[in-house]
Each structure stands twice: as structure tokens, then as C-alpha cells.
Design a protein. Structure first.
Length: 282
């Protein structure tokens, strides 16, 4: 038997610490249903993110400043002004799109198609700086034209919460890059690297609350194809959102057996609890 009178103060602290750790381990080992409604967070490889941003900045530095480049940029900014001050007529929109089409072709003929990527990277750099500075609202006419309706897009997709940017920088850059592509009638994710695809589709899948579930499922498939992590867990939770808690529980249990993560086990129990509650609800 231990005589506590003989235990030093440091020894007593160590004993208390061991007991506390043992209690935590024992608590974690006991199956505990956890509310399974929260999606996993978007996790991106830090080195790949840095490489993608560095590459875009290098491209932006090479952007041509020719008459063709200036003409296309001017049309892009005109579009942003119209976007920021709706409504505008469909005729104005069509005229602007035709002009952008001709200007895009003229730029490519003068400098090659790679110049489009350079101008896009330049716009992304300027827009990210304007958006991430202060309250995320344009502060002058140049920023109004540059951001256009992007601030509203940011609110829709919850890039901002409580006045703070919560989305990763690469997600902000990728969504703006997709906007640039759309305005210039390029494929939405044209020129995206794998990590940019993950940042774009992953945010829409994991954090696109309020968007149709099928759209988020499609985004999740694209995220997984791009090599993103967390897709299987999100797919299980989508079953819960689709009112199929028993399927969610089965998927989460399978993931737990594969990975051995207690968190997945407890999420599965939470989904099972939801399934039971659903079955007894009159």
C-alpha cells in the first residue's frame, strides 16, 4: 500500500496526471454517440498550396501589357462594373460577351493562349488583395470593377463568416479564377492544378450549405477525383442529409473498421441514434 505521507509534491503531481490521463483514455474508449451533422473541414496540402500560389504569382508577373491585353482587361472590368450594379440589359451583356470573345482571340493570336493564363493570374492577385483587405468590400471604383459580384458569391458560399474570411486563401483564389474563366467563356476550371481543384470542389462540397444536395454530391465526386481527402466521410454524412441515417451509420462503421478512428465510430453511433429516432417518430 502507498503511503501518501511519503509521496513528494512532484510525485503526487505525477500520480494525479497519470490518473487524469487514464480517465481520459477510458472515457474515449467508451462508445459515445456524437452528433454527426458537421462535415469534415477542408484540408489541403500546405506545400502544394504554396506551390500553386507561387506559380500564379510568377505567371502574373509575366502578363503582357500590349494593346490587346489592355483591351481585354478593360472589357473584363466593364463586366465587373455591370455585375456590381444590376440590373443590366441582356443586350448589353451580349454585346460585352461578343467583344470579350473577339478580344480574347486577338490576345491569343498576338501572344499565344498562355497569355490568357497570365492575365487571369494577374486578376486573381489583384482581386485577392482587394477582397482580403479590411471588410472585404470594394474601396474604390477600381476594386468595384475588379470584384464585381464576387463579394456576393463569397457570402453565398460562406467564404466569410462574422465579418471574417474563413475560407483558405487558395479557395478564394480558385473561386475567383473560375469567375474569370466564366466571364471569358472558358471551361469553369480550365487551367486548375490538382490542389486548386481540391480547394474549389472541396469547399463547395463540404461548406456549401444551402445549396442543393445533388450539386454538393457532384462537387464531392470532382473533389475525390482531384485527390482530395475526407470524401468518404463526407459521402457518409450526405446520406444523413438525404434522410438516410441507417446508410450513413453503415458507411461510418465501415470507415471506422478500416481506419480505427474513434471519432468515426462515435459519428456512426450518432447516425445510428438518428436512424432509431427516425424509426420511432410517429
Amino acid at each position: 500500500m502507498i503511503s501518501f505521507a511519503a509521496v513528494t509534491e512532484s510525485g503526487l503531481k505525477l500520480l494525479c496526471w497519470i490518473l487524469a490521463v487514464g480517465l481520459i483514455v477510458a472515457t474515449l474508449a467508451v462508445p459515445q454517440p456524437v452528433n454527426p451533422w458537421e462535415m469534415p473541414s477542408l484540408v489541403l496540402d500546405r506545400a502544394a498550396v504554396s506551390d500553386a500560389i507561387r506559380f500564379d504569382r510568377a505567371l502574373a508577373a509575366e502578363a503582357p501589357d500590349s494593346e490587346e491585353a489592355q483591351a481585354l482587361r478593360s472589357l473584363f472590368l466593364d463586366h465587373g462594373r455591370a455585375e456590381a450594379n444590376p440590373p443590366y440589359s441582356i443586350d448589353d451583356y451580349n454585346r460585352r460577351q461578343i467583344a470579350i470573345h473577339h478580344a480574347t482571340r486577338a490576345l491569343a493570336e498576338r501572344h499565344g493562349r498562355s497569355a490568357l493564363g497570365m492575365l487571369r493570374a494577374q486578376a486573381v492577385e489583384e482581386a485577392t488583395e482587394a477582397f482580403c483587405d479590411g471588410d472585404h468590400e470594394p474601396k474604390n471604383e477600381e476594386e468595384v470593377a475588379l470584384l464585381g459580384g464576387f463579394t456576393e458569391v463569397a457570402r453565398t458560399y460562406q467564404l466569410i463568416r462574422g465579418g471574417e474570411v474563413i475560407a483558405p486563401e487558395l479557395t478564394i483564389r480558385s473561386l475567383y479564377k473560375a469567375r474569370w474563366n466564366s466571364i471569358h467563356r472558358q471551361p469553369l476550371v480550365d487551367g486548375f492544378s490538382a490542389i486548386e481543384l481540391q480547394s474549389y470542389w472541396g469547399w463547395l462540397a463540404f461548406h456549401g450549405w444551402g445549396k442543393p444536395l445533388e450539386d454538393r454530391r457532384d462537387a464531392l465526386v470532382s473533389f475525390q477525383k482531384a485527390g482530395g481527402t475526407g470524401a468518404y466521410e463526407a459521402a457518409a454524412l450526405f446520406e444523413l442529409l438525404a434522410d438516410r441515417p441507417e446508410r450513413a451509420a453503415t458507411r461510418l462503421q465501415a470507415l471506422y473498421e478500416e481506419r480505427g478512428e474513434l471519432r468515426l465510430r462515435n459519428l456512426g453511433l450518432g447516425a445510428l441514434h438518428a436512424a432509431v429516432s427516425q424509426s420511432v417518430t410517429p
